[in-house]
Design a protein. Structure first.
Length: 79
């Protein structure tokens, strides 16, 4: 096991101890790129959601309303 530099944060210790690649920046870049693709005008993605998911409340009503407000205009419900 490699020696730890003093003042090392837990994430860095994990990377040092287990030789886990520190790919946080690459993961963040990939997430931003996926977001760009999804938000690009004219794109359509069919999504199937089970009814029980729509009925389960996770978090506060205020949080749900904020999230719904962000999604307004991005989704169309088809029956």
């Amino acid at each position: 096991m490699p020696s730890r530099p003093s003042g090392t944060v837990p994430h860095a210790e994990c990377v040092l101890d287990y030789r886990i690649p520190d790919d946080a920046w690459a993961a963040a870049d990939a997430r931003v790129e996926r977001s760009r693709v999804i938000r690009r005008s004219g794109r359509h993605f069919p999504i199937l959601i089970e009814e029980s998911v729509l009925r389960r409340q996770i978090g506060s009503m205020e949080a749900a309303l904020r999230q719904a407000g962000k999604c307004r205009g991005h989704f169309r419900v088809s029956g």
